[in-house]
Write a protein that binds this ligand. Structure first.
Ligand code: ZN
Length: 451
C-alpha cells in the first residue's frame, strides 16, 4: 500500500530557518529557470514537444548544485520534466477524439512565483538524501549544498523538528520528500510518500454501518448504527472561501488588458485550495478514527443535499462544488477509510433530504436554515435527519437509540467539539431550546443564494 505522511516541520534555530528559506527559494528559482527555458522552446516551435527537452538543464544543475546539493538540483529538474511530460500527455488526450476525459486545453507547467513578488518556497528531496527519525522528538534531516553550508557555518545536514505524529511511522520504503512553506498558516510542511506492507492495515472492530450526508454549510452530517451522530460545521470555512473568491474577482477586474492573472491572484488561489484541503484532510482523519472506534466496517456517502436544493442557481452550484470538491473529498475519505479496513460506498441515486422520518412525507416538509419541519409535528436538524434517513435506507439492522449529536468546528488546525451541539429531533414545543438556534441569521438560506 502506498501512503503519505504529512507533517509540519520547525527549524531548530534562526540560522536554520534562514538556511531552509534559502534552500526552498533557490529550488523555486531553479524550477523557474528550467521551466522558462522549456516554455520558450515550446512557444518558439508552436508547441512541438521535442525542443522542450533541448533546454540546457546540465548548465543550470551546475549553477545550483552549490546551494542545493547535486541530488536536490537534479530532483527539482526531474520534477519539472515530469510536469512537462504530464502536460504533453494531457494534451494528447485532449486532441484525441476518442478520449473524452480531458475537456479543457491543458496549460504548460507554471512558475513558482517570481523574484519581485516573492517565489513560492518549495523543494523536493530525493529519497536517499533525507532521513526521518520517528520518536519522542521526531527529526527530519536533509542534505544541503556546500555553499549553504559555508554561508551559515553549518554541518551540511539541516535538522528540523517534526511536529505531531505520523500516520505511518512503520514503512518499508520512503519516496521523495516534498517540502514547502505554507503561507496559509506560516508553517513549513513536508509530505513523505511511503510504502507499507498490506498487513499494516487495521481490521474493523465490528460490523456497524455509518451514513454521511455531505454539504456545504454542514460539511458532513453522520449517523451510525451505534446511535452516534456527528456534525462538521463548514460555515466559517465556506465564508472564508467565498471571501477569497470575491477578492480574486476584485483583483481580476483590475488587471490590465491582455493580462490574465498575477502572482497575487495565483497566491490567493493556492491559499484557498490549501486551506480547504487541510480542513478536508483533517476532517477525514478525525471522522474515520471515530467511526473505526465505534466499530464501523461500512460507510455510505450521499449528498450534497443543501447544495442541490432547487433554489440554488447553476452558478452557485458550480462555486459550491468548487469549494467542496466532492469527488476529491470522497477519494480522500475512501483512502483514509482503507487504512482502517472500512469500505466506502458512494450512493448518488436521487434520494431526498426533505423526507420526514416520522410520516415519510417528502412534499409537505419545509426546510428553513438547518431545521426540517413537517405538519405531522416533526422537527429536527435537516442534515442530521437526512443522514439518519439515508442510513435506514442502507441498513437492515436496527439503528440504536440516538445519543445527542456532537458538533465539530474547525479552528485552522483541528476539528474540535463545539458546545453548541444541536438538539435531538424534538416536537415543536421545544423549539426554543437555544442549542437548536444557529448564530444569528447569517446562515439564512437567502444568504446562501448570494454566493
Ligand atoms: Zn411528517
Amino acid at each position: 500500500m502506498k501512503r503519505t505522511n504529512t507533517f509540519a516541520v520547525r527549524p531548530l534555530s534562526d540560522d536554520g530557518e534562514h538556511l531552509l528559506r534559502d534552500l526552498l527559494d533557490a529550488s523555486a528559482a531553479l524550477w523557474n529557470e528550467v521551466n522558462y527555458q522549456r516554455l520558450m522552446r515550446y512557444n518558439d516551435e508552436d508547441g512541438f514537444e521535442g525542443d522542450v527537452w533541448d533546454a540546457d538543464t546540465g548548465r543550470l544543475e551546475g549553477q545550483y548544485k552549490g546551494v542545493l546539493g547535486a541530488s536536490t538540483a537534479q530532483q527539482v529538474i526531474r520534477t519539472n520534466s515530469e510536469a512537462w511530460r504530464g502536460f504533453f500527455q494531457l494534451k494528447e488526450q485532449y486532441h484525441d477524439d476518442s478520449n473524452t476525459s480531458v475537456t479543457e486545453h491543458p496549460e504548460p507547467p507554471g512558475f513558482r512565483g517570481n523574484e519581485e513578488e516573492g517565489r513560492q518556497l518549495k523543494t523536493v528531496i530525493r529519497n536517499t538524501s533525507y532521513t526521518v527519525e520517528w520518536g519522542e522528538r521526531s527529526r527530519l534531516e536533509i542534505l544541503v549544498g556546500s555553499e549553504l553550508k559555508d554561508r551559515y557555518d553549518h554541518t551540511g545536514r539541516l535538522r528540523l523538528e517534526i511536529a505531531g505524529d505520523p500516520n505511518w511511522p512503520d514503512y518499508d520504503k520512503q519516496g521523495r520528500l516534498d517540502l514547502w512553506y505554507d503561507e496559509t498558516d506560516n508553517t513549513f510542511r513536508a509530505s513523505q510518500p511511503v510504502t507499507i506492507s498490506d498487513d499494516a492495515r487495521a481490521t474493523p472492530l465490528a460490523d456497524e454501518t455509518a451514513a454521511l450526508d455531505v454539504g456545504a454549510n454542514n460539511l458532513v452530517a453522520c449517523t451510525t448504527t451505534t446511535g452516534q451522530q456527528y456534525l462538521y460545521d463548514g460555515r466559517d470555512l465556506f465564508d472564508r472561501f467565498r471571501e477569497t473568491t470575491r477578492e480574486i474577482a476584485r483583483l481580476q477586474s483590475k488587471l490590465e488588458d491582455g493580462q490574465y492573472s498575477s502572482e497575487r491572484i495565483r497566491r490567493l488561489y493556492r491559499k484557498r485550495t490549501r486551506r480547504r484541503d487541510h480542513a478536508q484532510e483533517a476532517l477525514c482523519r478525525d471522522l474515520v478514527e471515530r467511526l473505526y472506534e465505534d466499530g464501523m466496517d461500512t460507510v455510505y456517502i450521499g449528498g450534497l443535499t443543501d447544495v442541490l436544493e432547487t433554489h440554488w442557481s447553476v452558478d452557485t452550484n458550480a462555486k459550491t462544488h468548487n469549494f467542496w470538491a466532492f469527488k476529491q473529498f470522497t477519494e480522500r475519505l475512501a483512502c483514509t477509510a482503507e487504512e482502517y479496513g472500512i469500505s466506502v460506498e458512494v450512493r448518488s441515486e436521487a434520494w431526498t433530504s426533505q423526507e420526514c422520518p416520522q410520516c415519510g412525507s417528502t412534499d409537505r416538509t419545509t426546510r428553513h436554515q438547518d431545521t426540517l419541519t413537517c405538519p405531522c409535528g416533526f422537527e429536527g436538524h435537516a442534515d442530521i435527519t437526512a443522514s439518519e434517513t439515508f442510513l435506514e435506507r442502507h441498513t437492515s439492522e436496527a439503528v440504536r437509540p440516538m445519543a445527542r449529536p456532537v458538533r465539530f468546528e474547525w479552528d485552522d488546525h483541528t476539528w474540535s467539539e463545539s458546545p453548541r451541539s444541536p438538539a435531538r429531533d424534538s416536537p415543536k414545543e421545544q423549539r426554543t431550546d437555544p442549542s437548536t438556534v444557529y448564530r444569528d441569521g447569517n446562515v439564512a438560506s437567502g444568504d446562501s443564494q448570494a454566493v
